[in-house]
Design a protein around this ligand. Structure first.
Ligand code: PLP
Length: 406
């Protein structure tokens, strides 16, 4: 059974007050809070078990290496990936996508080749492709979303031409909450021989992921949204694509031999992990994923579906509030503007006075904001520890803000 009260007890920060009110943390799309088991694991790793990994032959280095390396298998289990050998540990999604841009795309694309993106990508899945546009003359092709914020998989597939080398698309929009049918995109793209990168930053947090079934080529995740430490993450890369990749960053650990006039690289995945990694962050991520698997991602998804439906029904009752996007398949992420002159930053400041933490701004989604014709919005994004009572507090706080500004 999913016991939200018990889960809340696992997160010490949820017991605190902000501005004299109980904290209602609805900025989970930006970063999630950490359960005590993760905090304890990070403390223990520094207090009792810290050393560099892969290098020492002493006891502490062996413990740190064993714990750090065991996380690869945990991530593979969490994503149901075919093998942990295809899991590259990173500092987060941004590094993962840059690894694909520099390590795979630069080695396998040339001027005039095309990358297909949806307009609702996060900057992390846009800017690395702009680098390739600027430096190599690669073309970015944009696929629009429908009026309700959904993305038609067929529209993505219809954009494929003989010059298309990659489709890079998010699984869940960090602004609209839209859940994209990435499986259909992967199936159609595979039939046309086009690799697909699925940005799992939001998707892996809100739904069970089965990479053995999804059919994508690249799947990056970011640890801090998955209740783990910031500076942790991973990318799963299909074996065929790994074989086509060049190393991106050079340094220790990714090489087997270095001489004055030659180097011999390590095998994947270490070939793509240069330098001292985020040792403790990664160990913390492993504990966070074990924690999620113990609860069950299906149970988390069911709880969040209930929150999503409830929040949607309550937000719809506010005639002066405009929620962006209403895709039939959506996660509990709601971005909105309000009638009147109130700027998103002002609304968020007022909500904060009521203890409600939301994000305000452009959400690192410039092309989507252009498409929607708004300069900024507020975003309430829910996590497994949020409750219907917190939805009510959000609504009360919004009504207070409207009274103030309306
Ligand atoms: N992609 C999406 C959809 C996101 O929501 C985010 C973070 O908000 C990212 C990529 C980038 O993640 P990170 O900053 O952890 O690398």
């Amino acid at each position: 059974m999913f016991d939200v009260a018990k889960i809340r007890d696992d997160f010490p920060i949820l017991a605190r007050q902000v501005n004299g009110r109980p904290l209602v943390y609805l900025d989970n799309g930006a970063s999630a809070q950490k359960p005590q088991v993760v905090i304890d694991a990070v403390t223990r790793a520094y207090a009792d078990e810290y050393a560099n990994v892969h290098r020492g032959l002493h006891t502490l280095s062996n413990i740190a290496t064993e714990k750090y390396e065991s996380v690869r298998g945990i991530i593979a289990r969490f994503l149901n990936a075919p093998s942990e050998d295809q899991v590259i540990l990173t500092s987060g999604t941004t590094e993962g996508i840059n690894l694909v841009a520099y390590g795979w795309a630069m080695a396998n694309m040339q001027a005039g080749d095309e990358i297909i993106l949806s307009v609702m990508e996060h900057h992390a899945n846009i800017v690395p492709w702009h680098f390739l546009r600027e430096r190599m003359g690669v073309q970015i092709k944009w696929v629009d979303i429908n009026a309700d914020g959904s993305l038609d998989p067929q529209a993505v597939l219809d954009a494929i031409t003989p010059k298309t080398r990659l489709i890079a698309v998010t699984q869940i929009s960090n602004v609209l909450g839209t859940v994209v049918d990435v499986k259909s995109i992967c199936a159609g793209a595979r039939a046309r021989g086009v690799p697909v990168l699925v940005d799992g930053s939001q998707g892996a947090v809100h739904m069970p992921v089965d990479l053995s079934d999804l059919g994508c080529d690249f799947y990056p995740i970011t640890g801090h949204k998955l209740y783990g430490p910031s500076g942790s993450g991973a990318i799963w890369i299909a074996p065929e694509r790994l074989a086509e990749m060049r190393p991106f960053m050079g340094g220790g650990d990714m090489i087997r031999e270095v001489h004055k006039d030659s180097v011999i690289y390590n095998d994947a995945p270490m070939k793509f992990e240069a330098g001292t990694p985020g040792i403790v962050q990664t160990i913390g991520l492993g504990v966070a994923l074990d924690y999620l698997m113990d609860i069950g991602m299906d149970k988390i998804a069911a709880h969040e579906a209930d929150l999503c439906a409830y929040a949607k029904s309550r937000l719809q009752t506010l005639p002066w509030l405009h929620v962006q996007g209403d895709a039939p398949d959506r996660a509990a992420i709601f971005s909105f503007t309000m009638d009147g002159a109130a700027h998103a930053h002002d609304i968020s400041t007022i909500l904060d006075k009521k203890g409600v933490a939301v994000r305000a701004g452009t959400h690192c989604a410039g092309p989507l904001m252009d498409h929607l014709g708004v300069s900024a919005s507020c975003r309430a994004s829910f996590a497994m520890y949020n409750t219907r009572a917190e939805v009510d507090t959000l609504i009360d706080a919004l009504e207070f803000a409207q009274d103030l500004f309306g």
